[in-house]
Design a protein around this ligand. Structure first.
Ligand SMILES: CC(C)=CCC/C(C)=C/C=C/C(C)=C/C=C/C(C)=C/C=C/C=C(C)/C=C/C=C(C)/C=C/C=C(\C)CCCC(C)(C)O
Length: 298
């Protein structure tokens, strides 16, 4: 992998009853790590992490960074410290054994992700092909069973992977993304603003079997900024209207929210993120990140 490069695997899921949710992101080359920003060698393998966020009554956030000695991987599995992801051909099993920060509360459990279909192809996010994104399984069945906190639920989810040959902030100034489970299949919007002033808006609609079909690009819709960090969170919808159901994460450079909107003629509840790479590189933000993102050398 190139200097400053990365690969991440991203899973998010919401319970059937709407009361729980989670995001798990496994990184080689932790793109939002202040240690990776500062390291002159820019070796992605020296900056591995599993980030876990639980939503609902029992909220949790963990993101411990580790070095190359904590990483083992082969064609179908990856382990970072005590957590791992294993693909058996039909189910991705995520075993988690993490601690929060600054309060080191334990987070332990297993998440099983069963894609309903695998999509055909990755997409390029920048003009030079340095940053790639593959929404492999936009529609999955998910079972979450945690022992810490004590919590079990079933629901639907989403799995993707990104990989790149350089730092995100060298290519992008900001982006917004959202994905929604539909009655049949899913819809995804991925809108990036690049450092060279150009932008790209992807509108993807996948059927339940993973095949892609075109829909009319939805219209720009405004949402209120996040309450604390005032992160802007634009999106798009059929009628140019959308609302925030819940804010999952409100941080200085990154927000994740649950929305209510309309896509491809259907009322949906998209998971939405908005990222500002300019804010990420702000020195005050770089100072704050280690409080939530400790580095442990094994
Ligand atoms: C110095 C001393 C002792 C004393 C000083 C005392 C003092 C006053 C201290 C003050 C400290 C303060 C205020 C600290 C504040 C800390 C804060 C706010 C930390 C926030 C951290 C946020 C994080 C970590 C966010 C991670 C997001 C993440 C990982 C997002 C990942 C998203 C991805 C990968 C995109 C996926 C894309 C696709 C879906 C397409 O795949």
């Amino acid at each position: 992998m190139a200097r400053g490069g990365y690969v991440w695997w991203y899973v998010d899921a919401l319970s059937e009853d709407g009361r729980h949710g989670l995001t798990v992101i496994a990184f080689i080359g932790s793109v939002f790590s202040p240690y990776y920003v500062q390291n002159a060698k820019q070796d992605p393998f020296n900056h591995c992490a599993v980030n876990v966020v639980l939503y609902g009554a029992d909220k949790r956030f963990t993101m411990t960074e580790r070095n190359a000695r904590s990483l083992t991987r082969d064609a179908t599995s990856i382990a970072i410290g005590p957590s791992s992801l294993d693909w058996d051909g039909s189910v991705l099993t995520i075993r988690l054994d993490e601690r929060g920060a600054p309060i080191p509360r334990a987070l332990r459990g297993t998440v099983r992700v069963r894609p309903k279909a695998i999509t055909a192809q990755p997409f390029t996010l920048d003009a030079h092909g340095l940053h790639r994104w593959w929404p492999m399984a936009p529609s999955c069945e998910v079972e979450a069973a945690f022992t810490a906190p004590d919590l079990t639920w079933r629901g639907s989810g989403y799995l993707d992977t990104n990989d790149g040959d350089g730092r995100l902030e060298d290519s992008f100034s900001d982006w917004t993304w959202c994905r929604a489970t539909m009655k049949r299949g899913s819809a995804i919007l991925y809108d990036v603003n690049r450092k060279d002033g150009s932008s790209q808006n992807l509108t993807l609609r996948f059927d339940a079997d993973g095949s892609r079909r075109d829909i009319r690009p939805p219209l720009a819709a405004d949402l209120p900024k996040t309450r604390f960090w005032k992160m802007p969170r634009p999106t798009r919808s059929d009628d140019g209207r959308a609302s925030v159901v819940e804010t999952f994460e409100d941080t200085p450079f990154y927000a994740r929210s649950l929305l209510a909107s309309t896509l491809d003629g259907e009322a949906v509840r998209p998971v939405h993120e908005s990222l500002s790479l300019g804010r990420f590189r702000n020195p005050a933000v770089q100072f704050m990140l280690p409080f939530r993102m400790p580095r442990r050398i094994g």
